[in-house]
Design a binder for this molecule. Structure first.
Ligand code: SAH
Length: 458
């Protein structure tokens, strides 16, 4: 391979050609890719290289000569420090178009899937304040108890009073908890010394019912100001139906510990996705954008084409949200998930909704699905919603052998989606009929995609 001839601090005039999902503009210098923050496609700029690697480099903007028509002023004053929202400087319609284009390109480049219909990204009416879960570290800054976020790639805490993608209710309650914790003399956690008490505050708002859960993560079991804090929170915010102390005594970056103690109200708060009710506990996984979760699940339901007579497999079922949503329109739904606690949640939620046509099993999908098929359960529809690394190879083969009339693939990573769709269609009768990106994480580069595969009837 040719040696890289580029050097740190060298300057170049470039035109940006692409945007990564982390929000870096991509320019090429004689084919050599350079990643630059705060740069958009089409912009011409003078850049300086900051870090040169073998096959790519990072650079910084020295001067921007032209501005993309899609560029907007990022409304959050923490935009460059926080690193949570990487696309705030791109207008929302352009974000949606970017996500659609990226999915189509990745399907082509990695999955060799040409001429696939990738529909326009389903976006949000209001792409702000959509998150239902807030999770902030607590620390002492200049002798004051503060909440905020860690400056990108550091553990330096920046105090923050509002997050624009966060629920406004959560934001207000957080500020109140900060204020009274400070008044009551709660000792903030010190990461370096591993001393102090309050480490994190986590809030969850159930948008459909208005109920809020507060989780106070402490280093110690002893939490002297706990009850006084509870009184002050619930007096001012009666929608707080649950306050939980989570104890995390470890020196770790992991936020939650294993032990929880109920300080007020119920262990659960209740929420609805469409007409399905869910009980959410402090430790359970739950989708963070409730508006778009409904949009996503409606899309899954639409692609599943259920009439009431179908047997459905929901693979990688988590707490069973997709299973229960589909169970409303299916004869039977079978969910499989590797995390036991999630399956327990799923079973409880099925009970809560009086649904007796769903069954959940704990185990590896690649082991459990062949067993179901061996025992004579024939799926009409298989839905998969794997983690970022995509589906297990053996599972994909089992899915083909099971021969359902439809498969619906929900993906949070276009690259593994493309790889798996290629495997599923390369030597089989299945064809990708349509692909629908859904914007679950507005202002960020993340894209969620649903794909429909159908068996060709010859
Ligand atoms: N469908 C769910 C969650 C999908 S996230 C929802 O919409 O909320 C992916 C899930 O796959 C996680 O819950 C993870 O625990 C589970 N998982 C990961 N590897 C697995 C495997 N080999 N078999 C079964 N489940 C697995």
């Amino acid at each position: 391979m040719k040696e890289t001839t580029f050097h740190k601090n060298e300057q170049f005039e470039v035109v940006f050609e692409d945007l990564t999902h982390e929000g870096f503009g991509v320019a090429k210098i004689n084919g050599f890719p350079v990643f630059v923050a705060d740069a958009l496609v089409g912009e011409r700029a003078l850049i300086a290289l900051t870090k040169v690697k073998k096959s790519f480099a990072y650079g910084r903007m020295v001067f921007r000569y032209t501005k993309s028509p899609d560029r907007v002023e990022a409304p959050c004053r923490f935009f460059k420090l926080c690193g949570g929202c990487t696309l705030q400087h791109l207008s929302y319609p352009a974000q949606l178009a970017y996500k659609q284009k990226r999915v189509a390109e990745v399907l082509k480049r990695i999955g060799y899937l040409e001429n696939i219909t990738v529909c326009p990204t389903q976006g949000m009416g209001n792409p702000w304040n959509y998150r239902n879960k807030s999770q902030v570290p607590v620390a002492s800054v200049d002798g004051q108890l503060e909440i905020g976020f860690y400056r990108q790639r550091t553990h330096q805490m920046i105090p923050m009073d509002t997050c624009l993608i966060q629920s406004e209710t959560n934001d207000q309650i957080l500020q109140w908890i900060k204020q009274i914790s400070s008044q009551l003399g709660v000792e903030p956690y010190d990461e370096q010394k591993h001393t102090g008490v309050l480490r994190h505050i986590m809030l969850r708002e159930a948008k459909a019912t208005g109920e809020v859960m507060v989780v106070l993560v402490t280093r110690t079991k002893v939490f002297p100001e706990g009850q006084a804090l509870v009184k002050k929170i619930t007096k001012r915010y009666p929608m707080v139906q649950s306050i939980v102390q989570n104890i995390n005594p470890q020196k770790t970056n992991v936020i939650l510990g294993e032990q929880t103690k109920l300080l007020h109200g119920r262990k659960y708060i209740y929420d609805y996705i469409g007409s399905v009710k869910f009980a959410i506990s402090a430790l359970s996984f739950y989708q963070i954008n409730p508006i778009q979760t409904k949009v996503l699940y409606e899309q899954v339901l639409h692609y599943a084409g259920l009439t009431g007579n179908e047997v459905v497999f929901d693979v990688y079922s988590g707490v069973g949200t997709i299973s229960l949503f589909l169970a409303q329109k299916a004869k039977a739904v079978y969910g499989v998930e590797i995390v036991e606690a999630a399956v327990e949640n799923a079973k409880q939620n099925a009970k809560l909704n009086g649904m007796d046509n769903v069954r959940f099993e704990v185990g590896k999908a690649e082991t459990v699905i062949p067993q179901w098929i061996c025992s004579g359960i024939q799926p009409d529809v298989i839905v998969v919603d794997p983690p970022r690394k995509g589906c297990d190879k053996h599972l994909l083969q089992t899915m083909l052998t099971a021969s359902p009339s439809r498969m619906v693939y929900v993906s949070c990573n276009p690259a593994t989606l493309a790889r798996d769709l290629q495997i599923l269609t390369a030597t089989s009768d299945y064809k990708v009929k349509e692909v629908q990106p859904v914007d679950m994480f507005a202002q960020t580069g993340h894209v969620e995609t649903v794909a429909l595969l159908k068996r060709n009837i010859v």
